[in-house]
Ligand binder design. Structure first.
Ligand SMILES: C[S@@+](CC[C@H](N)C(=O)[O-])C[C@H]1O[C@@H](n2cnc3c(N)ncnc32)[C@H](O)[C@@H]1O
Length: 208
């Protein structure tokens, strides 16, 4: 999924992936991240997710990275927040209190942009990308995060022929292949979501 695809979706309001409430798996497994008070988090491919706000309300500085200026403008408008803006090398930075949204391509993110952030929450980021980009995404993520970093990752798996992506089906084996070299992988939960609990998936599991 190239940038044009996402810009077009935001322009046309095709954002079925957006949830109006904090992600249920984030709420359920937040404590597993064992965050220290005030520890910052990174949300790649963040859209206008209310998870950003929920995490900030827990006392964390939050960095979101998002291609679409529509998503970012909508986010601050819907949250009734005013943000200061300034341009950096690769990103336009939008700042409001503990919330930093970087408008640009996640693949341009560097250690410098990230500061001391060592925790990442991934909901609908990895699964938004086709296979080749997932490899790039995981490799880039592993380069960005230093030793001892944690990722809470939400994925979905289903027979890919049943539905046209995104979200892409990502199997447990693929998660292990993508992250196993750099991270210890712990499956926290696996659930059949055929009751339609999560509009992104029929079957899902979570690894962190
Ligand atoms: C499936 S949506 C998920 C959004 C959000 N994580 C959520 O849970 O609502 C994927 C988002 O990633 C953004 N995106 C796609 N590729 C990106 C990239 N390379 N860098 C930054 N954002 C990207 C899209 O514009 C879109 O808002």
């Amino acid at each position: 999924m190239e940038a044009d695809h996402w810009h077009q979706r935001w322009q046309e309001g095709r954002i079925g992936f957006h949830q109006g409430k904090p992600n249920i798996w984030l709420l359920k497994f937040y404590s597993e991240l064992e965050l220290t008070p005030g520890e910052p988090l990174l949300l790649p491919l963040c859209g206008k997710s209310v998870d950003l706000v929920w995490l900030a309300e827990q006392g964390h500085p939050v960095i979101g990275v998002e291609l679409s200026d529509i998503a970012i403008r909508d986010f601050f408008k819907e949250q009734q927040l005013s943000a200061s803006e300034h341009s950096q090398t690769h990103f336009k930075q939008w700042q409001s209190g503990p919330l930093t949204l970087l408008e640009g391509d996640f693949f341009d993110l560097s250690h410098q942009d990230l500061g001391n952030c060592r925790v990442l929450f991934d909901r609908a980021a990895l699964v938004a990308l086709p296979a080749e980009m997932r490899q790039r995404y995981a490799a880039h993520t592993a380069r960005l995060l230093t030793a001892g970093s944690r990722i809470l990752l939400v994925t979905t798996d289903y027979p890919q022929h049943e539905k046209s992506p995104p979200p892409f089906a990502v199997s447990d084996e693929e998660v292990r292949a993508l992250y196993g070299e750099h991270f210890t992988i712990e499956l926290l939960h696996s659930e059949n979501l055929s009751n339609g609990q999560d509009p992104l998936s029929k079957r899902g599991y979570l690894s962190g």
